[in-house]
Design a protein around this ligand. Structure first.
Ligand code: FAD
Length: 330
């Protein structure tokens, strides 16, 4: 199958790109993945309950309802959505080639396209501790900015797991709502920058628990009520009463399938020309969390999906103009 535009990824960035590309009559094809990066079609929002900060839904909307609406809107303008994962690409020549995952690895015949939008997101890392499946989104989250203001966490003690800048930043953010915030750090020092670490350590509402592992989430069957801590040195365990546990141990950008063909930073995030969606390969554009490790919000992902579609549209117009010019010289 050949398309003018292929979009890989089905979160807010992929669907926004699809809506713009479809309305520009580019007949986009969107690969939504089959649990690619461990996330369902629809992206990270499918792992959360209530979304309260996406404009247009003053009463809030559940993550899965919002992603259903994105999908519906993409389809309404003619996007072809394929529920398969792209495992491999060849961006070395045009048209670009993409292989889908099949029972024995990759499809034999590649799909091809004139322009490609990579909107594959980043998966929040989790520790998969005991009790996590039961209390996920019932006191456990991987996004303090997204979930911190929920009534469940207001004026309650919370724990953040992590030792980097994100952990310090998220803990400091949570002090706006929580009665107290603990940061569980598995070593005896932060990896965070000095300034972020100092801010957390000196904050009156933050206590740092050094050399501490959180090994279990426990609750009353309905919501999280406490966690079990283990001292990394003595292995002693104790309970800590908290109503919220936030992972801040990083994200894995879903870029492995690109096999180094696009420039990434040292942590695997795609690098774009500042202020645009342009990658190092002409005709390939990046959108959403796969290149944004700073904001990581549905609305910023959607905004960059719009940028990628507009950049792809301009690129295709230029290709066509070049082709016409060549043809007129023959
Ligand atoms: P994603 O949402 O990550 O979607 C990418 C999709 O691409 C995934 O479905 C993945 O399976 C698919 N994919 C990956 N690789 C491939 C491949 N090779 N082939 C095909 N498909 C592939 N933001 C808010 O604004 N408000 C909130 O309330 C909020 N709550 C959150 C709660 C949690 C628990 C988490 C983890 C995040 C939350 N966020 C929230 C952040 C928000 O979900 C993300 O910023 C946003 O979803 C990023 O969108 P995206 O389009 O870049 O990618």
């Amino acid at each position: 199958m050949h398309s003018k535009v292929i979009i890989i990824g089905s979160g807010p960035s992929g669907h926004t790109a699809a809506i713009y590309a479809a309305r520009a009559n580019l007949e986009p094809v969107l690969f939504e993945g089959m649990m690619a990066g461990g996330v369902a079609p629809g992206g990270q929002l499918t792992t959360t309950t209530e979304v309260e900060n996406f404009p247009g839904f003053p009463a809030g909307i559940t993550g899965s309802e919002l992603t259903d609406k994105f999908r519906e809107q993409s389809e309404r303008f003619g996007t072809q959505i394929i529920t398969e994962t792209i495992t491999r690409v060849d961006l070395s020549s045009r048209p670009f080639k993409l292989w889908r995952e099949d029972a024995d690895g990759d499809s034999d015949e590649p799909d091809t396209c004139d322009s490609l939008i990579v909107a594959t997101g980043a998966t929040a890392k989790r520790l998969n501790i005991a009790g996590e499946d039961k209390y996920w989104q019932r006191g456990m989250s991987a996004c303090a900015v997204c979930d911190g203001a929920a009534p469940l966490f207001r004026n309650k003690p919370l724990v953040v797991i992590g030792g980097g800048d994100s952990a310090c930043e998220e803990a400091t953010f949570l002090t706006k709502y929580a009665s107290h915030v603990y940061i569980a750090v598995r070593r005896d020092a932060f990896r965070a920058s000095n300034i972020m670490a100092k801010r957390a350590i000196n904050h009156p509402k933050i206590t740092v628990l050094w050399n501490t592992h959180v090994i279990e989430a426990k609750g009353d069957d309905r919501v999280l009520t406490h966690v079990v801590l283990q001292d990394a040195k003595t292995k002693e365990t104790r309970n800590l009463d908290v109503s919220g546990l936030f992972y801040a141990i990083g994200h894995t950008p879903n870029t492995a399938f690109l096999n180094g063909q696009l420039t990434t930073d040292e942590t695997g995030y795609l690098v774009v020309k500042p202020g645009t969606s342009l990658t190092n390969v002409q005709g390939v554009f990046a959108a959403g969390d796969v290149h944004d490790k700073r904001y990581r919000q549905a609305i910023t992902a959607a905004g960059s999906g719009c940028m990628a579609a507009l950049d792809a549209e301009k690129y295709l117009e230029e290709l066509e103009a070049e082709a016409q010019e060549k043809a007129s010289k023959l």
